[in-house]
Design a binder for this molecule. Structure first.
Ligand code: GH3
Ligand code: MG
Ligand code: MG
Ligand code: MG
Length: 297
């Protein structure tokens, strides 16, 4: 069990909270709640990895608590284990149908509780790992298009809240087909990795973002940077890549250039405007037609 895991224990009876504390305190960090209201507040603010939830409690039942957890984006995916004296098959069925991942009846056998908790925490870790992998580009290791869509929505709303501009740059490798044709597809892959690493190193400020959008196309987001600042950044990036001594794996020199199109918006609506991407893409198209290895805003 990961000692940094956070488990929220919810039970109205002090004795039960104490038993579970003794059982789990050396394996993880514990949060204790004695009623549903406390449980919901702690769950929303501290985002535990797992919740052990009593059912029979005055004021708010465990069933009411889990319904509210499932209704909230912040806690919807937090696994809940019911731990309760309600031990009929019907009770168990109801609890599991409400979305609990497991059901433990009281009086519980401590070693069994510990093992079940460990197993569920392992599943949480595995799911997080998969979620992270699903957001990374397989070839270059930088964020992929899926992460881009998520990040764009997030940054768009952040810029809306603070009335800041959001700048986007679409960068496409020039004549990349020739690289493949001349050096082979494997060297092309290697070149894409190098470009990705160069772009990643070029972004410095926290909040700046780069992804491989697809093929030999990369997209950058610069929150809080206006048109002039972003155009300056794009031009510096263009020069940097154009003067970079890329090499094939057997040491032959490789020249790569980028065409870059950019656009900036100050968000005024909560939904991401499609126009931002379209404008950046149109600018890229112009950069290609104007002769490549250049930026257009
Ligand atoms: P332009 O300057 O107009 O962008 O020319 P281009 O040759 O870069 O553009 P085009 O869209 O004609 O070709 C893109 C090429 O990129 C074709 C495709 O095979 C190659 N490509 C796309 N993804 C990958 C990849 O993952 N690995 C490799 N090696 N090549 C890729
Ligand atoms: Mg109780
Ligand atoms: Mg290209
Ligand atoms: Mg392309």
């Amino acid at each position: 069990m990961n000692a940094d895991s956070i488990i929220l224990v919810v039970d109205d009876e002090k004795h039960n909270r104490q038993l579970l504390t003794e059982l789990l305190q050396h394996e993880c960090r514990l949060l204790l709640a004695k009623n549903g209201e406390q449980a919901l507040t702690l769950a929303r603010e501290l985002l535990p990895d797992l919740i052990l939830l009593d059912v029979v409690m005055p004021d708010m039942s465990g069933h009411a608590v889990i319904r509210q957890l499932k209704d909230d984006d912040r806690t919807r995916d937090t696994p809940v284990i019911f731990i309760t004296a309600l031990d009929s098959f019907d009770d168990q069925k109801v609890g599991l149908e409400l979305g609990a991942v497991d059901y433990i009846t009281k009086p519980f056998h401590p070693p069994i509780v510990r093992v079940r908790v460990r197993n569920h925490l392992r599943l949480v870790e595995q799911r997080r790992l998969l979620e992270q992998l699903a957001m990374l580009d397989n070839l270059t290791g930088i964020p992929n298009r899926r992460r881009f869509v998520e990040t764009l929505e997030h940054e768009w709303r952040r810029c809306l809240r603070h009335a800041l501009p959001l700048s986007m740059i679409v960068a496409d490798v020039d004549h990349f087909k020739r690289i493949n044709d001349t050096y082979g597809h494997a060297e092309g892959d290697e070149a894409l990795r190098s470009v990705a690493q160069a772009l990643k190193r070029a972004i410095q400020r926290p909040g700046d973002f780069v992804c491989r959008y697809g093929g030999e196309e990369f997209v950058l987001l610069l929150p809080g940077v206006d048109e002039d600042g972003a155009a300056e950044f794009a031009e510096a990036l263009r020069q940097r890549i154009a003067s970079m001594p890329f090499q094939t794996t057997d040491g032959r020199p490789l020249q790569l250039t980028l065409s870059l199109g950019g656009a900036s918006h100050v968000p005024t609506t909560p939904e991401v405007s499609k126009e931002l991407f379209l404008a950046a893409d149109r600018a890229l198209y112009e950069a290609k037609h104007a002769g490549r290895n250049r930026i257009v805003w």
